[in-house]
Design a protein around this ligand. Sequence first.
Ligand code: NDP
Ligand code: MG
Ligand code: MG
Length: 340
Amino acid sequence: MTKVLYNNNVNEEVLKAKKIAIIGYGSQGHAHALNLKESGFDVVVGLRPGKSWDKAVEDGVNVVTVAEATAQADVVMVLLPDELQPTVYEESIKPNLQPGNALAFAHGFNIHFSQIVPPEEVDVFLVAPKGPGHLVRRTFEEGAGVPALYGIYQDYTGEATALALAYAKGVGAGRAGILETSFQEETETDLFGEQAVLCGGLTSLVKAGFETLTEAGYQPEVAYFECLHELKLIVDLMYEGGLEGMRYSISDTAQWGDFVSGPRVVNEDTKARMKDVLTDIQTGKFAKEWILENQANRPQFNAINQNENNHQIEKVGRELRELMPFVKKQAKPKKEVVSN
Ligand code: NDP
Ligand code: MG
Ligand code: MG
């Protein structure tokens, strides 16, 4: 089995002596900044005036401009939206990096696809929590953590690995497990996971199931509960006990249906298309199209987003969730689909 590191395998002293700039205070940024601060590290947040700035001030963290935070810090963690990172990097981060500093990311996209080309005399590492930022924060507050991957792209000082591990421990990942990866592996697997399984695969599966039932004349409310609401209950069981643990809790009828019908829905054809998706990620085709889409001001992204929000499953869902006060919103829905 791959080596998984925990808190007692990691010495954080090397990072205690440094100042950490967290650039951005969104989903990941607020979690990293607050967790690191509460773990005893010296943190400054870099932002532009606006919503996040006000929130960071409210949370009691030290906030300055991106340029100023970079200039003050030894370790600069870039937690801006991936598509904005290259511009902000060129304008405000690069001119303020000193030789021997470390540049860090929570996703390898911009380094791997050469949208950011760092100078040779800095360390470049990755600490990628494998969960949404709001859970990185919530689990930390509960005394737990979200697992994280770390990887080194450039080790100028010889300290890059020690810094990355200390950083991962500081955000709470050492309680759940820290695994080594590369920028390439993290970027490609992260994109594939969110496209084929976690986000894209799942939303398409849910919609197809919902449409199949409603088109056959069943009530949309019943279809919503069956194809969307119940998912969480099933996923919780899988999270705790894998497929076997989930199957232990469902009826034998459900398990037999799982065995005979699951492979009819997701089959070798589906897998062949998953391989196509992976190929587009590996060749940079997906990255290129997403970069161009952003340069064009997201015409397709916005049109699809609007369509999706008007799907019948969304309308029914909004109404039903209003009637289920226990289905709390844990975090504001993100305006963007790029999720991790
Ligand atoms: P968010 O969209 O949640 O937050 C972005 C932050 O950047 C906001 O605080 C925003 O502030 C700030 N910002 C935007 N533009 C600028 C600018 N020009 N100058 C200064 N600040 C700016 O990002 P995420 O946390 O989702 O993503 C950050 C990184 O983490 C990405 O690399 C992503 O791939 C990675 N990641 C994200 C995960 C997640 O859970 N979402 C999981 C794992 C990795 P403002 O209010 O001013 O707009
Ligand atoms: Mg059932
Ligand atoms: Mg992602």
